[in-house]
Design a protein around this ligand. Sequence first.
Ligand SMILES: [Zn+2]
Length: 393
Amino acid sequence: MTTTATTALTHIANLVTNDPSLGDGTPLGLIRDAAVVIDGDRVVWTGESSKAPATDNAVDAGGRAVVPGFVDSHSHLVFAGDRTAEFNARMSGRPYSAGGIRTTVAATRAASDDELSANVARYLDEALRQGTTTFETKSGYGLTVEDEARALRIAARHTDEVTFLGAHIVSPDYTDDPAGYVDLVTGPMLDACAPHARWIDVFCERGAFDEDQARTILTAGLAKGLHPRVHANQLGHGPGVRLAVELDAASADHCTHLDDADLDALGQGSTVATLLPGAEFSTRAAWPDARRLLGAGATVALSTDCNPGSSFTSSMPFCVALAVRDMGMTPDEAVWSATAGGAAALRRTDIGRITPGGRADLVLLDAPSHVHLAYRPGVPLIRAVWRAGERVV
Ligand SMILES: [Zn+2]
């Protein structure tokens, strides 16, 4: 910690702490007329504004709401190129297929390191201005040993939450030899990528990788110290969710097509169900049923899936609004899932909440309540953002 100056945010109409032991006792741990005290990069006090301790500096929230910085636990930001034409065609009646990724693979391979890094920085800045203070991002548009390792090195300049997704699709160089590609991913590619990543992910879906291939890849990653997360059950029902729970993956992502056994597994295991409503929005696909998941006792996270093909949004407030409108979540549940839920999907306890000891990641809304994130969709409600105690927006 480089500073000992303390700062208080006072006169917060509604403070979302995500600590049920605080405030109104709900999962959001809502405190009305609240204050937060920051010391260095940490929150050191939360409570009623009238009881706030003396601090060096003060910021008057003016009766607005404060929520934890959004935790976007699923994005694909290391890419080049553009797929406007594909989106336009799809919205004009052609169905989505995973093959469109090849366009991005070609553009990404052709891009320089500087171009890729500048692209990541640009989308991160975009996300930060919409309140995202932690994000995960993946490789998966290189699909060669060198291009995957390069993507992870670039991602690691921008975040600690880096995921190796060499198994995004079978590389176009191995169309006739998918088994050979799995050997590459679990061999030389994993060796080159593991030092730069925390997580390993597989697109376990018909047309991508089947259950046996996915298990082989994730198990190889575990042996190299990478923890699994799985793209599961997005385009149809499949083994992805079951496999994710079996391997204690941190997260099963998409979860659009689930049967009762999948729901039971997610309800009983510690694998988070991460819903990505931007993908359904951008592909006009059927929505995941968040109510069924919550009813089964699953922990649900919300994330953007920001990528140039199937969900080109970096906006967590947009995802909150979609989750409420189209996936059956209450505003409280959606805000929890976009903050504490994302933290759970990254197995982090220092973010996604505003409690003493936690990282000081705070979003001041231009609204009196967190409910406005869904009530006022598409409106720029992010007035200020602190990340690790520093005001960054
Ligand atoms: Zn994804």
